[in-house]
Design a protein around this ligand. Structure first.
Ligand SMILES: Nc1ncnc2c1ncn2[C@@H]1O[C@H](COP(=O)(O)OP(=O)(O)OP(=O)(O)O)[C@@H](O)[C@H]1O
Length: 662
């Protein structure tokens, strides 16, 4: 049963049909390679657009189009990789040992030369039979694949910021992404490399480090990580310069790389981290490293308050988590996780509003809720101040089970990038093989950089069978017009729908509509069955003398064609009549013939009651059989139930036994 459920769950399906999805990824990569070769070889010889044609013959239309588009826009990659103050990059970690053991494939392709990243999303169609892959491309300022080393990431993402800070500027690098994707791994690598380089230009480096976590009262607060055990709370205040500063944090002035590394290690040691389902050492707080580089000639000045001296921040955010990843969390972990998710949500919300403000002229000026979380409050200048250099590094997991996370991360960093699109240089239009292609200028806008969604069909189960499932369940004939497996639970008459491709063939059915239609049909079936069961129960009790009210008894007596008189009091109920017994009943009748006729009529009612009760029991048994054997059991039952016929024998005067749904 559980396996059927899993089939409609995309994550489980990605595991189950891994081979087919992997083939889709291979196809895409093959098409990409072919497109690159063609673009290089034919572009100069053939007019625009025509060089695309050989690819269209070889591959599925959308895959060919997407891969071609990726290869021709390669020329624009350099222009697209902005040298502006706000840049967005992505780094994919390699598959972990457990993922390799589970035979998971790589669902992310990094097009490093093209500064683009493609997420291959394996999906199951709502019909439950067709599986297909959607390839989504996101264009960023730089992309690092799973083989990229920390040094490469540092050189591209961090070094320009460090240089700017060493010259007196303000810079922030933010590591953002799903839990267990390598934010801390990348941040630590960058910090280690930074500690050496910083002293090439600065004599001393002042460092403070704090984390944003929850207080006991469930509120966000900053805690000093260099203050030892106590984790002293520090304040986050807006200074005269309009920037947000953390006040009261312990500062360490380092004069050598080893001192700086020791201070960083100390901060990492105090940072909140716990073992979770996804990461053995998962960060449970947002950690901010702040470095100040006093400028030459600025000695004695309060560099923290004035703009004298450069500021460099490394923000290692806690990872976003989804419900299925937090099943084993304790209560306190769940509370902290709630705060983390809230602050990340607010960060995404700010990105969304900024993006909307940028994209839609009408909504320009919409309030960006930076103050809704302490994290966004702190990072405000990174996103709004043009002179503040910011790099957001999105970390991604290549696992197909994390595709939703990866898409979500890329969409949000894309929005952040788009929100600062005014900085991007004007790009020349890319050659396009068809009118329908997205214009290259859109690419620069980050979020709109999803260059189209390729769709490659890889259905193993394309046998389109005709027919219709007629569900004969206890006289109920439901033409659901689709592939449906029902499980009827005897007690609650509950039905569940399972879509399982195997049943399509066995039942020889074809999905005509989508799952929602089937669900409607299922709900209808549940309703009919439930009311029918209730009616049957009521029908079985209609003939039970001991349940008759005084009115029902009088109606019953009037319906009988008795030879003589019966002197039964108008207030006497069925139960009281039964207690009289045969002799007591005869005493109420005017003659023996009347007593005999009344006795026979009551015996007939008793018989009918027994038959109805037997029918009800049989219904329950059949329902149980359905529960155990699913639809097969229902189909094998050919004889309609006879309870309705029994019910029709009930006396017309008293409450008629309801007919079953036919
Ligand atoms: N690029 C990489 N190369 C090799 N291993 C990596 C890479 N990125 C991450 N890892 C490994 O993945 C695991 C998780 O990494 P890390 O703790 O940095 O994730 P995280 O994103 O900080 O997670 P959380 O948000 O839960 O703190 C670690 O064991 C790390 O060594």
């Amino acid at each position: 049963m559980a396996s059927n459920h899993k089939l409609v769950c995309a994550r489980a399906a990605r595991r189950q049909f891994g081979g087919a999805f992997q083939q889709a990824v291979r196809d895409y990569r093959g098409a990409k390679l072919a497109a690159l070769t063609l673009a290089r070889g034919l572009e100069e010889r053939l007019p625009d657009g025509l060089s695309y044609l050989p690819l269209a013959f070889l591959y599925d239309g959308e895959v060919a189009q997407l891969s071609w588009e990726g290869s021709v826009s390669r020329a624009n990659a350099e222009a697209r990789a902005r040298q502006g103050n706000f840049r967005v990059m992505a780094r994919t970690r390699p598959l972990q040992a457990q993922e390799v053991e589970d035979r998971l494939y790589e669902s992310v392709s990094s097009e490093c030369g093209n500064n683009a990243i493609v997420v291959h999303d394996g999906r199951v169609h709502r019909d439950g039979r067709t599986i297909y892959a959607v390839h989504s491309r996101f264009c960023l300022d730089a992309v690092f694949n799973e083989r990229a080393r920390n040094e490469e990431v540092f050189e591209e993402a961090v070094q320009p910021l460090l240089d700017s800070a060493l010259e007196g500027g303000r810079a922030t690098v933010v590591f953002f992404g799903q839990t267990g994707t390598g934010k801390t791994y990348t941040a630590r690598g960058a910090l280690d490399l930074m500690s050496n380089l910083a002293f090439e230009k600065a004599e001393t480096v002042e460092m403070c480090c704090y984390e944003m976590a929850g207080t006991r009262g469930g509120r966000e607060a900053f805690f000093d990580l260099l203050a030892g055990h106590e984790k002293k709370q520090v304040k986050c205040l807006t200074g005269d310069d309009g920037n947000v500063h953390v006040r009261g944090a312990h500062k360490i002035v380092c004069s050598s790389p080893s001192e700086l590394c020791a201070a960083m290690d100390r901060a990492f040691a105090w940072r909140s981290s716990e073992c979770t389902e996804r990461n053995e050492a998962s960060s449970r707080s947002h950690c901010i490293f702040e470095f100040r580089f006093p400028q030459v000639g600025a000695e004695g000045a309060d560099a923290a308050d004035g703009n004298l001296g450069g500021l460099f921040r490394v923000v290692d955010l806690a990872g976003s988590e989804r419900n299925f990843e937090t099943q084993m969390h304790s209560r306190s972990m769940a509370e902290r996780g709630g705060l983390i998710n809230y602050s990340l949500l607010m960060l995404k919300e700010c990105a969304r509003v900024m993006h909307n403000n940028q994209k839609d002229l009408e909504s320009q000026g919409m309030h960006v809720p930076f103050r809704s979380s302490r994290l966004t409050h702190l990072l405000r200048s990174s996103f709004t101040d043009d002179s503040h250099m910011t790099t957001v590094v999105a970390t991604l997991s290549p696992s197909p089970t994390d595709v939703e996370h990866s898409l979500n991360t890329l969409q949000h960093v894309g929005m952040m990038r788009a929100a600062r699109a005014w900085e991007s240089p004007k790009l020349p239009a890319a050659p396009s093989p068809s009118e329908a292609w997205e214009p290259e200028s859109k690419e620069a806008a980050g979020f709109d950089a999803v260059q189209g969604r390729g769709r490659a069909l890889h259905s193993k189960l394309q046998d389109a069978r005709k027919g219709q499932l007629n569900l004969h369940a206890f006289q109920m004939k439901t033409a659901v017009g689709g592939s449906i497996m029902k499980k009827y639970e005897a007690q609650s008459a509950k039905t569940e729908t399972f879509i399982d491709a195997r049943w399509h063939r066995e039942l020889n059915v074809k999905v005509q509509d989508d799952l929602w239609v089937l669900r409607d049909a299922d709900a209808e079936a549940t309703q009919i069955l439930s009311s029918w069961k209730a009616e049957q129960w009521a029908a079985s009790k209609v003939h039970d003398l001991s349940r008759w009210s005084a009115e029902t008894l009088q109606a019953f007596l009037q319906s009988l064609d008795l030879p003589g008189q019966v002197r039964i009091p108008k207030t006497m109920t069925g139960a009281q009549l039964r207690r009289l017994g045969r002799r007591g009943l005869a005493a109420l009748c005017s003659d023996a013939a009347t007593a005999e006729a009344l006795d026979q009529a009551l015996a007939g009612e008793s018989q009918a009651g027994k038959a109805a009760a037997a029918a009800h029991r049989s219904t329950n048994m059949r329902m149980t059989a359905l529960g155990n054997h699913k639809v097969h059991a229902a189909i094998e039952i050919e004889e309609p139930m006879s309870a309705s016929h029994e019910a029709s024998n009930a006396p017309a005067q008293h409450e008629p036994a309801p007919a079953m749904a036919a």
